[in-house]
Design a protein around this ligand. Structure first.
Ligand SMILES: Cc1cc2nc3c(=O)[nH]c(=O)nc-3n(C[C@H](O)[C@H](O)[C@H](O)COP(=O)(O)OP(=O)(O)OC[C@H]3O[C@@H](n4cnc5c(N)ncnc54)[C@H](O)[C@@H]3O)c2cc1C
Length: 306
């Protein structure tokens, strides 16, 4: 990468017209509610703003990372000495495409759209296929990159194409069969997801809404409520729920500093109020070691570290 230009913050402020927040604590932007400050958080409102931002950051030699709603992120206490690019609510249009086949509808969505907003929009339109995603926090972009899933279904099954932006802003569309999805992962090769196209089925609004309510109720029963978490902390090893391994290793409720293995669901790590990112890292390592010693399985984090 090019050497960083010393007065990059001033140049960024002067040359890029979009919204920037300076030295903002990442704890406010992540559902785990930990993380030090990012030097800058830039929120492009359009693809054109994103493109000009990427071109400028490349010229200034500034590192960046794109995030959605921070619901799967553990940001270090030291924060991030670069630019966090947030695809937020201004980047969130939903559009129904012309019907190609009876019974099926394609929907194009910008990456910053909240996944729950999309799920509710689909229900309102009588479109089935994304009900499983009800209650998964985060953005559509984040859900595509994470190949988010629940109840045996995942994003890859409902997608027909994904649009990306390259590191210098060039746009690229990949069809479903060109995309390498695996469990909680899409191979992005460092590209930014700017939009997604879903292939959905005509359905009955009431039946879709009932399914969504059932999924939301089950979440309420099985997952901790009203506490800061990032959902499942670890990926499930093949055939074995990580939560069961953690529970059977006797670690439910284990606490280090302000980070705790949830009493309700052992694969959720929760912030009891005063946690630091280091508390979560220490707890992660301890749980990995104890589960490893007991069952010979090394748990891999699902949460992304930044
Ligand atoms: C209470 C709770 C319940 C949850 N339940 C589930 C569940 O049932 N199933 C499940 O799969 N997950 C679940 N999660 C985890 C999380 O909500 C999902 O992984 C979600 O899809 C992440 O979206 P996000 O926008 O918050 O992504 P972020 O956390 O912001 O980012 C996740 C990763 O994707 C990258 N990224 C984000 N947007 C883009 C983009 N546009 N282009 C390129 N890279 C990008 C980030 O750099 C980061 O590496 C849960 C989380 C919580 C807090």
């Amino acid at each position: 990468m090019k050497k960083r230009v010393e007065n990059w913050p001033e140049q960024l402020r002067d040359l890029w017209p979009g919204e920037i927040e300076w030295n903002s604590g990442m704890a406010s932007w992540c559902t785990l509610r930990v993380g030090g400050p990012a030097r800058a958080i830039a929120t492009p409102a359009s693809r054109a703003e994103l493109q000009s931002l990427l071109a400028l950051l490349a010229r200034l030699g500034v590192c960046w990372r794109v995030i959605g709603r921070g619901s799967n992120l553990l940001v270090s206490d030291a924060g991030y000495e670069g630019v966090i690019i947030m695809l937020g609510r201004k980047f969130s249009a939903i559009e129904k495409l012309a019907r190609e086949k009876a019974g099926e509808v394609k929907v194009q969505v910008e990456a910053g759209c909240s996944l729950m907003k999309l799920v509710n929009w689909c229900a309102g339109q009588g479109l089935a296929g994304l009900e499983f995603a009800a209650g998964i926090p985060g953005s559509v972009g984040g859900a595509v990159v994470m190949n988010a899933g629940a109840w045996g279904k995942e994003m890859s099954e409902a997608l027909s194409a994904v649009t990306f932006s390259g590191r210098s802003g060039e746009l690229l569309e990949k069809k479903r069969d060109e995309l390498a999805f695996s469990y909680r992962h899409l191979e992005t090769e460092g590209l930014i997801v700017t939009g997604a196209e879903f292939l959905l089925q005509d359905g009955e609004q009431q039946a879709i809404e009932e399914k969504i309510s059932r999924f939301l109720c089950t979440r309420k029963e099985k997952q901790p409520q009203g506490v800061a978490s990032a959902g499942s902390f670890f990926k499930n090893p093949p055939g074995l729920p990580a939560g069961k391994l953690i529970q059977d290793a006797g670690l439910k409720g284990l606490r280090l500093g302000g980070a705790q293995v949830s009493e309700v669901h052992a694969n959720f790590f929760v912030n009891t109020g005063s946690a630091t990112a280091q508390d979560f890292l220490d707890l992660m390592r301890l749980v990995q070691e104890k589960v490893g010693e007991r069952f010979g399985v090394w748990l891999e984090p699902e949460v992304h570290l930044l």
